[in-house]
Design a protein around this ligand. Structure first.
Ligand code: ADP
Ligand code: ADP
Length: 236
């Protein structure tokens, strides 16, 4: 599904402005990186796609439909999120964390009782392998996994939904460079091979250059560059 930001702006209740005049169309299957320093507005923009923030001006459309109270429940079944600090329930098993990824499409009682349909279990194992983890990791509590393993679990959880859109908010900021490359590569493959639209925030220009189909650079809430990595010059 494609994402369209139409004249999007955000002013916080205290009067500070986080975003101004954002007009972007992210086509389905694109790996689009939002590049910018801390405070540039990346997270706010990402969170508007799944309704965690609402624009003060303009609107966001997904597959042509405005993101609003009415459309959000259905949209959330197609949008997954990946977080900087992994967003896992630390005391819960890898399996429980994975199943939580399927929650928008599965009743809560299944996660609470651990009675998952066989197809869902099989899918969890397939996806776990796809991100380079083993079934043994499913039994372990999330807190017992390394940072790299936790983020891979975070990705596998996101893939559980077979999402049309993945929002990744600084997904490699807590990882060392080699692991960061692996995570970005998994996201790139997801976009390329499964047609998932991936909107990912980063603050490292070299990583954005190496992995993105497209870079949108944000500076103080404004898009100051929008184009393929090859067009981004050395300034900044
Ligand atoms: P980034 O993700 O690029 O680091 P953010 O989108 O988190 O940037 O923040 C953009 C601006 O909005 C910053 O100035 C930040 O301090 C401010 N901000 C973020 N969230 C809130 C909030 N809930 N209330 C007030 N200001 C906020
Ligand atoms: P297929 O290629 O027919 O989709 P796979 O063996 O690759 O089958 O995957 C098995 C199941 O897991 C399918 O339902 C597929 O949609 C899903 N799947 C596999 N990899 C991913 C992924 N990276 N993201 C989302 N779904 C995936």
């Amino acid at each position: 599904m494609d994402i369209r930001f139409e004249g999007v702006g955000k002013v916080w209740p205290d009067g500070t402005r986080a975003l101004a005049d954002i007009d972007l169309h992210v086509p389905a299957g694109q790996f689009c990186i939002l590049l910018g320093h801390s405070g540039a507005g990346k997270s706010t923009l990402l969170r508007m796609v799944n309704g965690l923030e609402t624009p003060s001006e303009g609107r966001v459309r997904i597959a042509g439909e405005p993101v609003d109270k009415r459309s959000l429940p259905a949209l959330r079944r197609r949008i997954a999120m990946v977080h900087q600090h992994f967003g896992l329930v630390q005391r819960a098993s890898g399996a429980a964390n994975m199943m939580a990824g399927a929650l928008p499409a599965m009743p809560l009682w299944r996660v609470l009782t651990g009675l998952y349909p066989r197809a869902v279990r099989t899918r969890a194992c397939t996806l776990l392998h796809a991100v380079g983890l083993e079934e043994a990791h499913l039994a372990r509590r999330a807190e017992r996994l390394s940072g790299g393993q936790q983020q891979r679990l975070g990705l596998a959880r996101a893939f559980m939904l077979d999402p049309a859109i993945i929002l990744a908010d600084e997904p490699v900021a807590s990882l060392d460079p080699a692991l960061g490359h692996e995570v970005l590569e998994l996201l790139r493959v997801q976009a390329r091979e499964r047609g998932t639209t991936v909107l990912c925030s980063l603050h490292q220009i070299d990583l954005a250059r190496a992995f993105a189909d497209r870079i949108v650079a944000l500076h103080r809430g404004q898009a100051i560059f929008d184009g393929p990595p090859a067009k981004l010059d050395e300034r900044d």
